[in-house]
Design a protein around this ligand. Structure first.
Ligand SMILES: *Cc1c(COP(=O)(O)O)cnc(C)c1O
Length: 389
């Protein structure tokens, strides 16, 4: 057996040779339309801060106030002494915002998916996933010990075939989990059809609104609100970390669901509670998103999305997306890396997204736009990217 470092070195070399090596860039500025990476000022078309709230002065003030009143650390798990008052205030707002009876906040969206799926299903049960579901959903399903079936992206005929098939017939419980807006492709799940199928076959439905929370519906709570199906969703997951500009994840649903997760979700039980300042900032973010200012920001975001889509279409880039996530799929890993590097040389930051985040040979530039971009920023980006090669 070789030493650990020899093993690590050879794995890293192989990863690099495959064009898949990742590193952590140091960002020396707050999040915003411009960021400083390793001393260089770059236009940022890469973050999930869709409404430009991550560095909003009102959220910063709320975080400072929460910190002044409750301190930096929460001290323990929520079940011990960590359940400080800002949690209760945040959960009350989240439940109302999502049109659900109750909400439960976790340390991250990742932890919320892991803890919730493993609590709801186990050996003898069936979890059905969309092929493009986020890694945190896949990991939760794997860790649960339930049987997993995956349908091709948005393929409702295949979903129905699984629901009507022999594995489903043998399962004690069936849980369907889908994102509503897909994180790497920016398209929508056919949610109304999924709701119809899960009702017809008696399955439970859990949805992940990580990239929809704050952006869709009259009150901007998510795609479920826009489609008016809140009453038919068993479990709704969201994050505080994307359009809401903070950090953390949450689950909404019945009071029984929340009470059950408090007793069973291991990622909640065995992990220290989020800092109180973060909870206070997130509550302020929910208020802001629901306000007239939130509406204006959201309108500006959609104007930017449409400006960017028109500009990309005029340059022969195909953008089927329905969201501020515009994936420019180029195929080979090396092409995505090269295009990303060339953009960076022109002062624009867009990362190359590669395997294993997306399938091999489906490497892409994942362009995201924010309400905080000015029209001139979008023009600069379009000039830098140029026509599809
Ligand atoms: C980002 C993301 C998560 C994880 O949320 P974090 O708060 O970043 O841990 C979960 N699901 C989806 C679909 C995501 O895009």
């Amino acid at each position: 057996m070789s030493g650990l470092n020899d093993h690590l070195r050879s794995e890293l070399t192989a990863t690099q040779q495959a064009g898949l090596l990742r590193t952590l860039p140091v960002i020396d500025s707050p999040q915003g339309p411009r960021i400083t990476i390793e001393g260089r000022d770059l236009l940022n078309f890469a973050s999930n801060d869709y409404l430009g709230l991550a560095n909003d002065p009102r959220l910063r003030a709320a975080a400072i106030d929460g910190t002044e009143r409750y301190g930096v650390g929460s001290g323990a798990s929520r079940l011990v002494t960590g359940n400080l008052e800002p949690y209760a205030a945040l959960e009350k707002r989240l439940a109302a915002f999502k049109h659900q009876p109750a909400a439960l906040v976790f340390g991250s969206g990742y932890a919320a998916n892991l803890g919730t799926i493993t609590a709801l299903v186990g050996t003898g049960d069936l979890v059905i996933l969309d092929k493009l579901d986020h890694a945190s959903i896949v990991d939760g399903a794997r860790l649960s010990g339930a049987t997993i079936r995956v349908y091709p992206h948005r393929d409702m005929r295949k979903l129905e075939r699984i629901l009507a098939g022999p594995t489903a017939a043998k399962a004690s419980r069936i849980l369907v989990v889908t994102e509503t807006i897909f994180s790497m492709d920016g398209d929508r799940a056919p949610l109304e059809e999924i709701v119809e199928l899960k009702d017809r076959y008696g399955a439970w439905l859990m949805i992940d609104e990580a990239h929809a929370t704050g952006l869709y519906g009259d009150q901007r709570s998510g795609l479920v609100e826009e489609l008016g199906v809140a009453g038919q969703i068993d479990v709704t997951l969201g994050t505080l970390s994307k359009a809401l500009g903070c950090a953390g994840g949450f689950v909404c649903g019945s009071q029984d669901l929340v009470d059950f997760l408090v007793n069973r979700a291991r990622s909640l039980i065995y992990s220290t509670a989020l800092p109180p300042g973060t909870c206070a900032a997130a509550a302020a973010a929910v208020d802001l998103v629901a306000s007239e200012d939130g509406k204006q920001r959201c309108d500006r975001l959609w104007q930017n999305v449409s400006l960017l889509k028109q500009g990309l279409a005029a340059r022969d880039w195909d953008t089927a997306s329905d969201s501020p996530i515009l994936p420019l799929i180029v195929g080979p890993e090396e092409t995505a890396v090269r295009l990303s590097r060339e953009l960076r040389e022109k002062g624009v930051f867009v990362p190359a997204i590669r395997y294993p985040t997306v399938a091999r040979g489906k490497a892409r530039l994942r362009v995201t736009v924010s309400a905080s971009h000015a029209a001139g920023d979008i023009e600069t980006f379009l000039a830098a990217i140029g026509p599809k090669p």
